[in-house]
Design a protein around this ligand. Structure first.
Ligand code: CS2
Length: 479
């Protein structure tokens, strides 16, 4: 179909690079790159972006023949809106030339390194937030000057800057972690300390790690999306991205020498002194329910979040979850009405143009559960509140990582702890014991100190899922 169509082609050069982005996936290309593209077009400035893929050359290979340009398509009730993104000056695959990448990151012109490396990219223990010195990449990064992990790239590049007398770059984490700046700081300082305590001291004194809250729903691009877009546009773009119209980026205004684009000009971006209330609201209300719906919806046979929430039983379950179990644990950011926030979220989830797969969100649950669900659950238990919806969400995750769906078919569990979790689940055939065994996984549950009552509640939810199935278990809770 796309044969014979011309490829996207660059007309104007990208700005000189001032930012390196680690982890160039569809999310950041629909989010930070898009915002900075827009600002660069209206304000000018040397804020071109060098995009880095750490795991695969796929994005680089798709973007290189089209001069690192791509289309970002917004899909919502008002139809589609396309924007051509031209601010990527270069895209590199880190593993091919790690030394060159470190040299680029060490140039004085690079003022900011942004990160979307997902939760597991921080190589930390999810339940404690501390760098995991058992992680094979961390062990390698201590010994070898060519890094493997994102944290390794940050530390080795900072070491080069330190040696050359160049100030550090700002490290701007854009991952869905509470206090993501603090998490980034912790892991960077821990690795630096293991390499050279004086380097760690310099980074601690001179570095900046602003926290951010990032929000835009971006499903993975499929080959069908690529074909359709090419037919519509009459030009072949091998790496378009598709996103919802909504965007919110809350950034702590704390940059080395104040060097950053003037974000305030972009509607949807806020510069604040404290991101924590925004982060807590978003991670608990959006990501917490996203994960809960992803596991329950997947088990009930739903492919996407929009299908799941248009089932009125799931819709009611979701509303109860927000009203009774999540909102009471949150202190909202000033001026935000959480009930309205929930109603807006429901509309965003229901957007039929956004095919956000339950299986995509279900990925890496061991890294996501603590901050998305377990903190809220633990707050409820401490307040003496019922939280059967959250418990059902945790139990659904357990069923999911058990690797067999409700029809007896295998589930392709993508999670760094998949093997360990499968072993825990398979240790017993009895559902109650399976749940108890999974709760012994400290990397996930170690941070909240589950009470006996909490354990019982989760195991009871697990029993209900194995006996009744997800659809009926959810229906029971809302009846
Ligand atoms: C999702 C997020 O994949 C997931 O785990 O919950 O990517 C979610 O879509 C974004 O955080 C929305 O801002």
């Amino acid at each position: 179909m796309t044969k014979g169509l011309p490829l996207l082609e660059r007309r104007n050069p990208a700005p000189q690079p001032g930012i390196v982005h680690l982890g160039l996936g569809a999310f950041f290309r629909s989010f930070g790159v898009l915002v900075i593209d827009c600002l660069a077009k209206s304000q000018g400035g040397d804020w071109g972006i060098i995009g880095v893929s750490l795991q695969s050359s796929r994005t680089r290979d798709a973007l290189a023949p089209q001069d690192n340009m791509y289309t970002a398509v917004s899909k919502g009730a008002g139809g589609e809106n396309s924007r051509l993104i031209s601010v990527l000056s270069e895209v590199v695959f880190a593993q091919e030339a790690p030394g060159e990448l470190l040299d680029r990151m060490s140039k004085p012109a690079i003022k900011i390194v942004t990160l979307t490396v997902t939760e597991k990219g921080y190589c930390h223990v999810p339940s404690t937030g501390q760098l995991s010195f058992d992680h094979p990449d961390v062990r390698a990064d201590i010994l070898d000057t060519f890094p493997r992990s994102a944290v390794g790239y940050l530390v080795r590049a900072l070491a080069q800057r330190w040696a050359a007398g160049i100030p550090p770059f700002t490290i701007l984490s854009c991952d869905n972690l509470p206090n993501n700046g603090q998490v980034a700081r912790n892991v960077v300082l821990s690795l630096a300390e293991a390499i050279d305590p004086n380097l760690a001291k310099w980074i601690a004194e001179e570095g900046c790690f602003p926290s951010t809250m990032v929000d835009r729903i971006v499903p993975a691009t499929t080959s069908v999306d690529i074909e359709r877009q090419a037919e519509r546009a009459g030009v072949l773009d091998r790496a378009p991205v598709f996103h919802e119209p909504f965007i919110q980026w809350v950034i702590e205004d704390n940059f080395v020498d104040g060097a950053r684009p003037d974000f305030s000009e972009f509607p949807g971006v806020q510069l604040v002194s404290d991101v924590a209330p925004f982060e807590e609201m978003k991670i608990r209300m959006l990501n917490g329910t996203h994960s809960t719906l992803a596991y329950l919806g997947y088990l009930a046979g739903y492919d996407t979040i929009s299908e799941t929430v248009t089932d009125h039983v799931f819709g009611k379950f979701l509303f109860n979850l927000w009203s009774n179990e999540i909102i009471p644990t949150i202190v909202p950011p000033i001026g935000v009405d959480l009930a309205q926030y929930a109603r807006d979220l429901l509309q965003r989830y229901a957007n039929p143009a956004i095919q956000h797969r339950t299986s995509q969100i279900a990925m890496d649950g061991s890294q996501k559960l603590p901050q998305r669900i377990l903190g809220t659950l633990s707050d409820n238990l401490n307040l003496g509140h019922e939280c059967r919806g959250l418990m059902l969400g945790v139990a659904a995750w357990m069923r999911y990582v058990g690797g067999i769906d409700e029809k007896g078919l295998p589930i392709d569990v993508k999670d760094p702890l998949a093997q360990q979790l499968r072993i825990l689940s398979d240790k017993s055939n009895d559902p109650w014991n399976k749940a108890q065994n999974l709760m012994s996984c400290d990397a996930v549950f170690g941070g909240i100190g589950l009470s006996e009552k909490g354990r019982e509640g989760i195991a009871t939810a697990y029993m209900s899922l194995s006996e009744d199935g997800a659809q009926a278990a959810v229906a029971k809770l809302v009846s």
